[in-house]
Ligand binder design. Structure first.
Ligand code: TRP
Length: 333
C-alpha cells in the first residue's frame, strides 16, 4: 500500500474552508492509502507564539481532527517524534542555501514579522522547509496531499532526498510526490471575493463546530450580489453558496437549485436554506463526536501518545539507517 503523509500546524479552530479544502480529503484518503498525519508543533514555534497556547492548540487540534473523522492510529504529534528534528539537522547539510532562501512562504512570513513590533525573524522560520522535508522523508512517504502553496516545499524535499541519495550512492529515500486532489475553494460568505479565513475576522469564516443559530445567521446574511457581476454570469456569492452545497455532497438539492438558476427561477432564500441545512447537519454530527471525545480527554491523550509512539518506531528506524549511511556514530559502529 502506498503511503501518504500530511501535516497541519496547530493554529486555532477548523473552518469549512479548511475542512472542504483539506481535512475532508485526509479522511477520504484513509480508505486507499496508509496515512500518517502530523500535528506539527515544532513548526508552530517558528513565528512568535505563546507556549501555553501552543500546547492547548495542539490538543485542541487533535480533538478536532478526531471529531472530523481522522483515525487515531494515523495521528501523531510532531514533538513526540523528536527524530524529525534530528533528521532536519542532517538535512540542513543537504539543503542548498540559495534554494531555501528562495522559498516564498519564508519571504511572506518574514515580511509579516518585519512589520511586527520588534521585527524579529528566527532561524527556525528560515529552516522551516527543511524540517518539513524531514517530516515527509522520514516516513518514506510516496504522496503528500497539500495545496498548490506547498509545491515549492515539496520540490525542496525532493531535492534534499536526491542529493542525499547521490551522496550515499543508493536510492535510500523515496522521492515524494504531491497528491493533488481538486478540492473546493470556499470563500467568505460576508465577502465572497475573499477566501474564507480566520484572520479576516469572525464573519469571514464558519467553524465546523459552529452552533446552529450562528450558521443559519451567517448563511442568511451571505452576500449574493457583489455588484461586479456581468450580465448572464453567476455572482461570486451565489457561486460560493453552490460550492458549499456541492462540497456538502447534497447533490439532489444542488441539481434542483442549479436547474432553477438556469431557468432564471432561483430564489436566493431557497439556496440559502439548503446550504444552511447541509452545514447544520454536518456541524451537529461533528459537535456530537467532539463532545464524546472531550468527555474522555485523558484517555484520548493517552491514545494519541501511544499512536505517536508507534509511528515513532518507523522514524527511529529511518534515522538509525541514515546515521549509518552518512558516517555518524551509531551503536553498531
Ligand atoms: N507547511 C505546511 C503548511 O503550511 C504544514 C506542514 C509541515 C506540512 N510539515 C508538513 C505539510 C509535511 C505536508 C507535509 O500547510
Amino acid at each position: 500500500m502506498k503511503r501518504v503523509l500530511s501535516a497541519i500546524q496547530p493554529t486555532g479552530d477548523i473552518h469549512y474552508g479548511n475542512y472542504f479544502g483539506a481535512v475532508k480529503n485526509w479522511v477520504k484518503l484513509q480508505n486507499t492509502y496508509e496515512c500518517v498525519y502530523g500535528v506539527v508543533d515544532y513548526h508552530a514555534m517558528t513565528m512568535p507564539y505563546n507556549p501555553k497556547k501552543l500546547r492547548e492548540n495542539t490538543w485542541a487540534l487533535i480533538y478536532n481532527l478526531l471529531a472530523l473523522g481522522v483515525n487515531k492510529e494515523s495521528l501523531f504529534i510532531q514533538s513526540l517524534v523528536p527524530e524529525h528534528t534530528e533528521l532536519c539537522w542532517i538535512f540542513n547539510n543537504f539543503a542548498a542555501m540559495g534554494r531555501v532562501e528562495n522559498m516564498t512562504q519564508f519571504k511572506d512570513k518574514s515580511l509579516q514579522s518585519k512589520s511586527g513590533a520588534d521585527g524579529f525573524i528566527s532561524v527556525g522560520l528560515f529552516d522551516y522547509p527543511v524540517l518539513q522535508a524531514a517530516d515527509i522523508l522520514i516516513y518514506k512517504a510516496d504522496y503528500v496531499p497539500v495545496g498548490a502553496d506547498q509545491k515549492q516545499h515539496l520540490e525542496l524535499s525532493r531535492e534534499i532526498a536526491q542529493r542525499f541519495n547521490n551522496q550515499v550512492g543508493e536510492e535510500y529515500f523515496v522521492l515524494p510526490e504531491i497528491l493533488y486532489t481538486e478540492t473546493p475553494k470556499i470563500c467568505s460568505t460576508a465577502d465572497p471575493l475573499k477566501k474564507m479565513s480566520k484572520s479576516a475576522g469572525e464573519k469571514h469564516n464558519i467553524s465546523v463546530f459552529e452552533k446552529e443559530e450562528v450558521i443559519r445567521k451567517k448563511i442568511r446574511s451571505a452576500v449574493t450580489d457583489t455588484g461586479e457581476t456581468k450580465a448572464g454570469e453567476m455572482s461570486a456569492g451565489v457561486e460560493n453558496l453552490f460550492i458549499l452545497l456541492k462540497a456538502s455532497d447534497n447533490n439532489v438539492e444542488y441539481d434542483a437549485l442549479m436547474t432553477d438558476y438556469t431557468n432564471g427561477k432561483l430564489k436566493y432564500s431557497d439556496l440559502k436554506q439548503a446550504v444552511a441545512d447541509s452545514l447544520v447537519e454536518q456541524s451537529n454530527h461533528f459537535n456530537m463526536k467532539k463532545s464524546e471525545i472531550l468527555e474522555d480527554r485523558k484517555q484520548v491523550k493517552n491514545e494519541i501518545k501511544a499512536s505517536s509512539e508507534a509511528i515513532r518506531k518507523f522514524a527511529q528506524t529511518t534515522v538509525s539507517e541514515v546515521k549509518d549511511l552518512c558516517g555518524l556514530i551509531n551503536v553498531k559502529y
